[in-house]
Design a protein around this ligand. Structure first.
Ligand SMILES: Cc1cc2nc3c(=O)[nH]c(=O)nc-3n(C[C@H](O)[C@H](O)[C@H](O)COP(=O)(O)OP(=O)(O)OC[C@H]3O[C@@H](n4cnc5c(N)ncnc54)[C@H](O)[C@@H]3O)c2cc1C
Length: 124
């Protein structure tokens, strides 16, 4: 990417403000010394969390892998808690793509449905 002449690469900057009237026009950022610079841009992609899964909201209720991903049985996308299923990037794998997250979501939802049906049958 650094060799691509159409891309400007600014490393070490911290974005501080997205500016614009009816849409994005510029982004303000400070360099490592704290000097502000304003870049004229037509759009901004916000990439908050890198590739780390966001699991803090679970407050330790589900088992995680050492990398902080949700531990799942991929056969049915079940987690460490019975009746709780997970899908997508939060379960971590080498290749993270939308189609994989969607497929896992399908497996998780069918598994959840089966879990609820089984419970309902037992309750009768
Ligand atoms: C820069 C980039 C480019 C990519 N390009 C491609 C591509 O071209 N093709 C492709 O197939 N894949 C691409 N991917 C990967 C793809 O985006 C992911 O694999 C996919 O979005 C995973 O879906 P997900 O539902 O697991 O997670 P996400 O799409 O990340 O969805 C998780 C959602 O949960 C929300 N959330 C988080 N915490 C909470 C909370 N506490 N309460 C409520 N909601 C919460 C988030 O706001 C988010 O909306 C790209 C990823 C990145 C980062």
């Amino acid at each position: 990417m650094k060799d691509e002449k159409k891309i400007e690469h600014h490393q070490g900057y911290r974005g501080t403000e997205i500016r614009g009237r009816d849409g994005v026009e510029a982004i303000a950022a400070v360099d490592p010394s704290g000097n502000e610079r304003v870049f004229t841009v037509a759009g901004v992609f916000i990439y908050l969390h890198g590739t780390s899964p966001i699991t803090d909201f679970l407050a330790g209720s589900l088992e995680l892998t050492p990398q902080g991903c949700l531990k799942v049985n991929h056969e049915e996308m079940s987690t460490s808690v019975e009746g709780v299923y997970a899908a997508g990037d939060v379960t971590c794998k080498r290749i993270r793509q939308a189609v994989i997250a969607v497929a896992e979501g399908c497996v998780a939802s069918i598994s959840a449905g089966r879990f609820v049906s089984k419970k309902a049958r037992k309750a009768k």
